[in-house]
Design a protein around this ligand. Structure first.
Ligand code: FEO
Length: 398
């Protein structure tokens, strides 16, 4: 099987998961990859493994380079099963001298695989080990995005093996950033950030500050998913600075669900009003758009307008599910507003406002409710709501 030498004597030996389309609720139209790296030195080191069903891809790739028993150390940067599922079989095959992990990694490995006799070597944050010509420094990245997560940095190569951070769910035959379309790559990186890391943005900011203070030189970032940043690692570092700051851009999203098209008519009128103010606008119908794509648009939007009719004194299930998903990811620093049609009770607007208040969105309007079907005049009110959102966004950037 094909392997890729990412630096001299450092090989990509992971696996591409071409067919996965759902990653616990995140739509992965492009599949993904589980990147594992084999570094040959006086001590041969395997960084991470792959998801269990793809174990043989990893084994064949390792075997095409060295006898697996010649691997001395296995570094577990992250215990989640997409990177450690194959670990028990790999430990049996390799019989490593050390399984290197963080303190929380040790606990989580025990809780996952119940193997107290593995040759664990727990490293502290900032600890460096020598493997021959090269060193590896371990940087704990707790809660980015699990308690066990850490980076491995190889100073002689200026190589940061960054676990989940800076990744993308992008399965492809290309391995490097200079081999793929940049806007496509950045879209997938943004989708990954929006749906996995938004919640941890304050920690991302602290980590970026810490990496800057450490003064480590980086000329390649090798994440555990997707494309490796070799041409321009600064691009993804800058994007993470921007996304984690939750500043937003002059953009609004109108996200809605509809029963008999009344709320859809309102959504289009709100969108018209926003557009009239020269604000970039995305109209997202939850019946045809996946929640994880909607979240990608929320990431850089300054305004979020939600529309949903009332069903059984509540929300339509798709909007209820989206709100639960978005609340979990906790985007912040946004303007919010809500609208929806109703027949008799009409609770939906109140519920959507409540959800946005919980996310500390600044609600700019009490909300618009229309009984059954909008009229020309009530649609004008929707346009006015959109204009207000557009103007509020515009003024906030002055
Ligand atoms: Fe790709 Fe958190 O595992």
């Amino acid at each position: 099987m094909q392997t890729y030498e990412i630096k001299k004597d450092i090989h990509w030996v992971g696996a591409v998961d071409w067919t996965i389309r759902d990653f616990h609720g995140y739509s992965t139209y492009q599949g993904t990859s589980y990147n594992a790296f084999l570094m040959l030195d006086e001590k041969n080191v395997l960084f991470d493994t792959v998801k269990k069903p793809l174990k043989s891809d990893l084994v064949h790739r390792i075997k095409s380079i060295i006898d697996p028993e010649k691997i001395d150390y296995i570094v577990v940067n992250h215990v989640e099963m997409d990177h450690s599922g194959a670990l028990p079989d790999i430990v049996k095959l390799v019989k490593p001298e050390k399984v290197i992990c963080s303190k929380m990694g040790h606990k989580n490995l025990l809780d996952h695989f119940h193997q107290p006799d593995w040759p664990y070597h727990v490293v502290n944050d900032g600890e460096t080990i020598s493997v021959g010509k090269r060193n590896i420094t371990f940087i704990e990245t707790r809660m980015l995005h699990w308690p066990d997560s850490m980076f491995s940095y190889v100073p002689e190569e200026k190589l940061l093996i960054s676990s989940d951070a800076f990744g993308q769910h992008l399965g492809s035959s290309e391995r490097f950033d200079d081999e793929v379309d940049q806007s496509f790559l950045m879209h997938e990186a943004a989708k990954y950030y929006a749906n996995i890391l938004t919640l941890y943005s304050p920690l991302v900011q602290k980590l970026l500050e810490r990496v800057a203070k450490l003064g480590i030189e980086i000329d390649m970032i090798a994440p555990d998913h997707g494309i490796i940043w070799r041409k321009n690692p600064g691009l993804i570092l800058d994007a993470y600075k921007r996304w984690s700051a939750h500043q937003g851009t002059e953009k609004a999203v109108v996200i809605y669900d509809t029963m008999w098209h009344s709320t859809e008519m309102m959504a289009k009128a709100v969108a018209d009003g926003i557009e009239s103010q020269g604000i970039s606008l995305k109209l997202i119908d939850l019946q045809v758009s996946h929640r994880s794509d909607a979240m990608t648009d929320v990431l850089d939007a300054k305004g979020v307008v939600l529309g949903c009719p009332t069903l059984n004194n509540g929300l339509l299930p798709r909007m209820a599910g989206f709100l639960m998903y978005m609340r979990g990811l906790r985007p912040t620093n946004k303007f919010g507003a809500a609208f929806g049609s109703y027949g008799w009770s009409g609770e939906s607007v109140k519920l959507m406002n409540k959800a946005m208040e919980e996310m500390k969105f600044e609600i700019i309007h009490p909300g618009l409710r229309v009984k059954y079907v909008p009229t020309h005049d009530t649609l004008k009110e929707c346009v006015e709501l959109g204009k207000l959102m557009g103007k509020t966004i515009k003024d906030s950037f002055k």
